[in-house]
Design a protein around this ligand. Structure first.
Ligand code: FAD
Ligand code: FES
Length: 286
């Protein structure tokens, strides 16, 4: 994965208007954002896995992945889980509100590495947001890949994001979608699916471990467990890409806030080869 050089003025925010607000779960919403002028996205269209520094006025600026790439009129989607001041303000934004955006920044998923191979997408919670673009891109060019498995874990059925998209992918018949929840949450919940951690879904997934490329995003503990479980299935760690999160301020390699060992995650990541980044995450946790 090559280091990403921003193709737009990296420190100049651009105004985007909220065109639509879709509630995903109690704490998570997807915003459709569109340029207020013809040049708002610059000449750079985002790729799956890249992120923007999104600001809600008066609340702060935070890194948020693109959950859908530029569509009609340059509109993009971001899916925001409210965990603090900035994300709460973004998730509460309504059609007509303005937000500021810098980006796209960072490395995207290396889809070329999966050409002619089986694709395994493993997402935990909001980790499906940066991976949604991978699934959309693979399905838009379906003949280019072998089997496609999308494995998703959520805390409870009520915490599942992109339920409609998951149903749509599943209905196609040329992609296997499996979902698990950690627990039922609401005891009255009529959850027909699996209960347990997302790595448990790998046992039921049909792919050739010698010819599979895996894309993984979720909490760090989930990503480490997933890479280990993929290894047990016979997938080489060299064929696994992960997306990591770090606190970010500039987003373009100037401030050092996002440093993880020798890696500036905003420039060299957030998508990185698992073989490179997992040892760094383990050192940090010792
Ligand atoms: C490349 C990248 C892509 C991201 N994509 C998304 C996305 O698509 N959707 C989304 O909802 N969130 C995403 N995040 C996480 C998001 O940036 C943080 O949740 C946000 O910065 C929190 O800011 P806040 O002001 O709302 O909360 P704060 O008050 O700053 O923090 C609230 C809590 O979240 C924790 N936190 C803060 N920043 C991070 C972080 N970067 N990673 C993990 N925990 C953090 C804090 O420790 C604290 O416990 C992404 C982060 C990165 C680095
Ligand atoms: S966020 Fe400033 S160097 Fe990465």
């Amino acid at each position: 994965m090559a280091i990403a050089e921003p193709t737009v003025a990296p420190l100049v925010p651009q105004l985007l208007e909220v065109r639509a607000h879709r509630r995903e779960t109690a704490d998570t919403a997807t915003l459709t954002l569109a340029p207020t002028g013809p040049t708002a996205l610059g000449d750079a269209a985002p790729r799956p896995g890249q992120f923007a520094m999104l600001a809600a006025f008066g609340a702060g600026e935070v890194p948020i992945s693109y959950s859908a790439m530029a569509g009609h009129g340059g509109a993009v989607e971001h899916t925001v889980r409210s965990v603090g001041a900035a994300t709460a303000a973004l998730a509460a934004a309504r059609p007509g509100d303005l937000v500021a955006s810098r980006g796209p920044f960072g490395t995207g998923w290396d889809l070329d590495a999966a050409t002619g191979r089986d694709v395994v997408v493993v997402a935990g919670g909001i980790g499906l947001a940066p991976l949604r673009g991978v699934v959309d891109a693979v399905l838009a060019d379906r003949d280019r890949y072998g089997s496609v498995n999308v494995l998703v874990g959520a805390r409870t059925p009520d915490d599942l994001c992109f339920a409609e998209h998951l149903r749509g992918w599943s209905a196609r018949g040329d992609v296997e979608v499996a979902i698990t929840v950690d627990r039922l949450g609401d005891p009255a919940s009529r959850w027909p699916g699996a209960i347990g951690v997302v790595t448990g879904l790998l046992d039921g997934a049909c792919f050739d471990p010698d010819a599979a490329t895996a894309f993984v995003c979720g909490p760090e503990v989930m990503m480490r467990a997933t890479v280990r479980a993929l290894g047990v299935q016979g997938v080489d760690v060299a064929d696994v890409q992960v997306s990591v999160e770090r606190s970010m301020t500039c987003g373009v390699g100037h401030c050092g806030h996002c440093q993880l060992g020798p890696v500036l995650v905003c420039r060299e990541g957030p998508v990185l080869p698992a073989a490179r980044v997992l040892p760094l995450l383990e050192v940090r946790e010792r």
